[in-house]
Write a protein that binds this ligand. Structure first.
Ligand code: GDP
Ligand code: MG
Length: 443
């Protein structure tokens, strides 16, 4: 994986004061490959890697971070910034009702499905949507939207395939106004490629209706050509946003980066399945970790640091170094984990840990389990907490009774702790000291 490769690259970088062309070359190469693998357009990749290089070279390596974390931070921050960071991605509903939203995109991208999803989303926000079938070319396209409307209990404008799309849309706007629909969702036709005739029709709708939003719907699996398709729609129509569909599949989401880079228009939603409630608001940071295929080291470090007392972290680091991590520490760490979120989500943020988590499946505790674990550890003597190997059968029974649990549960905890110790050892091998520090919370 990228993170594993980066780790080895960064190991070599450690201890160097400043990032140079030379000492980040390898890391940037890996970043470039990861982006290409995620199907980001090669031109976009080139520009991106250049901007990271420019940012990184000459930058001092911060004391609290390893150079690895720092490059990860630059790569991560740059990508998040390109993807719009934390900017407001909501649908523009400010216009005088009826507000019209026009869906455009290639055939099969997911326009019709997304119309339904959007209607459901908007209804949840107290809007009264009207679905408008304006795809008069694909057989049964009108019926498809009618079925979607019926499933949702959302009104569908009555159009027929012998009408001109622009006439359907105009009539629908009037109908909406007269019947109190405040949001009109226009479902348009698509082709397999950009097509002049179709673009002309869409442009006509745009000029007549002047939709509040023209949302370019794109299949996340779209590869290198995502750039051309998006540019084609944007140049002709001036899209206002992007909806990336089929992100529930294997797509790494590189298309999002390509489209954003070439159009500058924000990704607003992500389609996460065929079902009509499978629409999520877009989060730049999630997409970025998906594209890079790496855990978000920095989120972890920040999260951990905000909870951890520096001294505690230092003390723990020393213990980890000497392999003295015991059940007492385990208890303390469980409490930290509780503050930070689930163990699983924290593990997921560390490069390489995903795999380890799979191997340990079932070993990570839920909140309720943490309660039980706490009770068990509290029923042990300090000596037992420091060295659990001295806990024999009769003591296990006493501990079980004292904690209101059972012997199998005590056994399970001890087994789990032994596994945790193994993880700690593996983390030590992973090395970067900033990482270790940040991960003090991993029992
Ligand atoms: P259109 O031609 O652009 O209107 O595309 P459709 O809405 O008809 O969708 C084409 C296919 O993609 C259908 O089989 C949809 O169920 C499927 N689809 C749409 N959005 C998603 C999504 O987010 N995830 C998945 N897995 N399938 C989707
Ligand atoms: Mg359709």
């Amino acid at each position: 994986s990228l993170s594993e490769k980066l780790e080895s690259v960064f190991k070599k970088l450690r201890g160097q004061g400043v990032m140079t062309e030379d000492n980040i070359k390898e890391a940037l190469r890996e970043v470039r490959l990861a982006l290409l693998e995620a199907d980001v357009n090669f031109k976009v990749v080139k520009d991106f890697v250049e901007s990271v290089r420019a940012k990184a070279v000459g930058t001092e390596v911060l004391q609290s971070l390893s150079p690895g974390q720092q490059v990860v931070k630059i790569v991560n921050d740059e990508l998040v910034a390109i993807m719009g960071g934390h900017e407001d991605n909501s649908i523009n509903l400010a216009a005088k009702p009826p507000v019209s939203l026009m869906m455009v995109g290639l055939q099969g991208a997911g326009k019709t499905t997304t119309c339904g999803k959007l209607a459901l989303h908007l209804r949840g926000r107290k809007r009264r949507p009207l679905l408008v079938p304006a795809d008069v070319y694909r057989p049964a396209a009108i019926d498809q939207l009618k079925i979607v409307g019926k499933q949702l209990g959302v009104a569908v404008f009555d159009s027929s395939a012998d009408q001109k799309p622009v006439d359907i849309c105009s009539a629908a706007m009037k109908f909406a106004e007269l019947n109190g629909f405040d949001t009109v969702i226009l479902d348009t036709a698509g082709r397999h490629q950009i097509d002049d005739f179709l673009m002309g029709e869409l442009a006509e709708i745009n000029e007549t209706i002047r939709p509040a939003e023209i949302l370019f719907v794109a299949d996340a699996m779209t590869g290198q050509e995502a750039v051309n398709v998006a540019a084609g729609f944007n140049d002709r129509l001036g899209i206002t946003g992007v909806i990336l569909t089929k992100m529930d599949g294997d797509a790494k989401g590189g298309a999002a980066l390509s489209i954003k880079a070439v159009t500058g228009k924000p990704v607003k939603f992500v389609g996460m399945g065929e079902k009509l409630d499978a629409l999520e608001v877009f989060h730049a940071d999630r997409l970025v970790s998906r594209i890079l295929g790496m855990g978000d080291v920095l989120t972890l470090v920040e999260k951990a640091q905000s909870v951890f007392d520096e001294k505690d972290a230092e003390r723990l680091k020393q213990k980890l170094k000497k392999n003295q991590f015991d059940l007492e520490d385990f208890l303390a760490q469980l409490q930290q984990i509780r503050k930070m979120g689930s163990l699983e989500s924290i593990m997921g943020m560390i490069p390489g840990m995903g795999k380890m988590m799979k191997q340990m499946q079932g070993a990570q505790p839920s909140d309720k389990e943490i309660n039980r674990i706490e009770a068990i550890i509290r029923s042990m003597t300090p000596g037992e907490r420091a060295n659990h190997s001295i806990i024999n059968g009769s003591r296990r029974l006493r501990i079980a009774k004292g904690s209101g649990t059972s012997v199998p549960e005590v056994n399970q905890l001890l087994k789990r702790f032994t596994e945790a110790q193994k993880v700690v050892k593996q983390l030590q091998k992973l090395g970067p000291k900033g990482l270790l520090k940040g991960m003090g919370g991993l029992g």
